[in-house]
Design a protein around this ligand. Structure first.
Ligand SMILES: CSCC[C@H](NC=O)C(=O)O
Length: 136
């Protein structure tokens, strides 16, 4: 079910904890909320809907794809860019990496290790920062 976007910075700067099978409903809510905001957002982290668990969703074309307990295990090609965020006003500069390798679990809790590049990699970095309580 679609949830409201949280803007409380005291909450958003807390580190999220490991997600488990009992968080499956939160995964669905996150995907539903991203789909509902697809006209203005390309990614969300679970704490943005009030759930302090390590779950993100990224928009790739028409698909909202969830990633559970995502971790960046390598990164290459640093650059500086400007980003916005549904939970914040305006845009801010931040450092990102062009190519990342991410380990994450899918909705069946199967682990994947996958390389991402360019804008998709940028979205994943932004959302993993949210899991670590880091805002742009
Ligand atoms: C390019 S990364 C920007 C991600 C941002 N989502 C918020 O967590 C958004 O604007 O959808």
């Amino acid at each position: 079910m679609q949830q409201q976007i949280i803007k409380d910075q005291a909450f958003l700067t807390k580190t999220s904890t490991t997600a488990t099978l009992s968080d499956t409903g939160h995964v669905t809510d996150l995907v539903d909320t991203l789909t509902a905001n697809a006209d203005r957002a390309v990614g969300l982290a679970a704490n943005m809907i009030g759930v302090n668990k390590r779950i993100i969703a990224i928009q790739v074309g028409i698909m909202s794809i969830p990633m559970i307990n995502p971790e960046i295990i390598s990164k290459n090609g640093k650059y500086i860019t400007t980003e916005g965020c549904l939970s914040l006003l305006g845009e801010r500069q931040t450092a990102r990496y062009n190519k990342i390798i991410v380990r994450y679990q899918d909705t069946k809790f199967k682990t994947h290790t996958q390389e991402f590049t360019d804008f998709v990699a940028q979205i994943i970095q932004h959302e993993i920062d949210h899991c670590n309580g880091i805002l742009i």
